[in-house]
Design a binder for this molecule. Sequence first.
Ligand SMILES: [Zn+2]
Length: 138
Amino acid sequence: MTSDMIAERPLPEITELTEPFWTAAKARRLEVQRCDDCGTYRFPPEYGCAACSSTAYTWTEVSGRAELYTWTAVHPPLLPYFAERAPWPLAVVQLEEGPRLTTNLTGVDLDEYEIGMALQADFEDLDDEITLVVFRRG
Ligand SMILES: [Zn+2]
């Protein structure tokens, strides 16, 4: 098999808005935005607060404690990388601080997924630049 036959994993695009999240993940910290005016935590990153419309925020480390909010297993048609690994589980977890993240669980078999199960943030290096935030049993 030549290298061009190996399906490569699509990588997230780092933008000015999301760069602090990726920098923190690389350092094994889970950070989300927190509104400077009303204290609401939010994810994914936005320029303004949905609760109070403030544009002032601080990237803030959170506990990483979460529970499984919902999940699904995705089947083809999928991009080749994921098709080779289907069914590909996708999880939505709710952080103790409130925001929800779409992510993957690690070390959990599909038949063990249970809504409400306790989870803890973990980190998976994809390359020198991208570290994914994933979740394991809490
Ligand atoms: Zn706010």
